[in-house]
Design a protein around this ligand. Structure first.
Ligand code: NI
Length: 371
């Protein structure tokens, strides 16, 4: 009896145990079902919508081919305008042309509808014959920097004229004329160079020393901290990548400051009120003893738009200056010609008579590179 009870108890325990397992088993699926219901009842995730949005946008892309038709609207030729009453500065570049960096500088000028003056070495021109015509096309001024970058003050007059004539021949071959302006290498002059070269000799007023630092940021910092650049002629060199990089920053910056970027001859005419004359020397003394003129001079015909269209359009005597095929409607060069930039009372005095820059050896035969 006792054994029967024990057997019955064991059987009951076994059944109870099996029942528990049988009940516990569905518990997990229940949990999973609940869990999955929770997910499915949640707000729809954002992710699936993205492809739908993209799918909606894609059909609109066929509009793009229509954009191709836009070139039907001819872009009006740009007409640069110089207002003599507003700040202006002349950027100048010596020692080129350079097969790479001249074009980098011209790219920047073209993008910003700006111009500069390039004093080129005659014997460098043949190596990159396409550069000078592009300068001409963009309205830049081309000047001579002699033929061989010698110290002109050490040449006899006959040798001086021979060198300048050789340079003129190279310029004429490239663009069809000889430049009116000559910048003497190193800024080195004597009385013969100044007053008997049969050319106009002109130097600069602000030396960036770009040849020395060969660092774009140094050049940028120098000009941005210079003070008033109105009426200044800035010296740089078109044979350094660092200078080309600095120009990419400085050109838009100068325009944002309200400066008009003009050629040297434009600066002479519109700021100093004088057209450069042959057998004359325009150096630091000239520029620092002459201020802004009250009577701007018109450039000779051929260097500006027809006078009839030029005259009173801008009220203050603004003068359109680019090309003879300029259309009637002039466009202001500077977007917002603000008040003249904050200025130092006097620009720092700088030595001008001696340009220390030594041209890189690759430009000239070794025998002359040291000159
Ligand atoms: Ni030079």
């Amino acid at each position: 009896m006792n054994r029967l009870f024990s057997l019955t108890l064991s059987l009951l325990l076994l059944l109870a145990s099996t029942g528990c397992v049988g009940r516990a088993a569905p518990a997990e699926p229940d949990t999973q079902r609940f869990s999955s219901q929770t997910v499915s009842s949640a707000p729809p995730p954002a992710l699936p919508e993205t492809p739908e949005k993209k799918a909606e946008e894609e059909p609109e892309q066929p509009e793009e081919p229509e954009v191709v038709e836009e070139p039907q609207v001819p872009e009006a030729p740009y007409v640069r305008v110089v207002d003599p009453s507003k700040p202006m500065v002349a950027l100048t570049f010596d020692d080129g042309p350079h097969a790479v960096y001249s074009d980098m500088i011209l790219d920047v000028l073209e993008e910003h509808h700006a111009v500069a003056t390039f004093f080129e070495v005659g014997r460098n021109i043949a190596a990159c014959p396409e550069v000078l015509p592009r300068m001409e096309e963009l309205g830049c001024e081309i000047g001579s920097h002699s033929n061989a970058h010698r110290n002109l003050s050490k040449l006899k007059k006959s040798s001086l004229l021979k060198d300048l004539d050789a340079a003129d021949a190279a310029f004429t071959a490239a663009v069809g004329y000889a430049p009116a302006l000559v910048r003497p290498p190193y800024g080195a002059v004597n009385k013969t160079v100044k007053y008997a070269s049969e050319r106009t000799m002109i130097t600069w007023t602000v030396d960036t020393l770009d040849w020395k630092s060969k660092d774009a940021q140094t050049v940028v910092d120098y000009l941005q901290n210079y003070g008033d650049l109105d009426g200044e002629i800035v010296l740089m060199h078109s044979i350094y990548e660092s200078t080309a990089q600095a120009v990419a920053v400085l050109v838009p910056w100068l325009q944002e400051q309200g400066y008009q970027l003009v050629t040297v001859t434009e600066l002479m005419a519109y700021y100093y009120g004088e057209l450069p004359q042959p057998n004359q020397f325009y150096g630091y003394t000239y520029f620092t003893t002459h201020g802004r003129t009250d009577t701007p001079v018109q450039l000779p015909s051929g260097e500006q738009a027809p006078a009839a269209e030029a005259a009173p359009a801008q009220g203050a005597g603004a003068v359109p200056v680019q090309g003879t095929d300029a259309p009637a409607a002039p466009v202001q060069e500077t977007s917002a010609a603000a008040a003249p930039p904050a200025a130092n009372e006097q620009p720092p005095v700088q030595a001008v008579e001696a340009e220390q820059a030594v041209p890189p050896a690759w430009l000239f035969p070794p025998a002359e590179a040291a000159a």
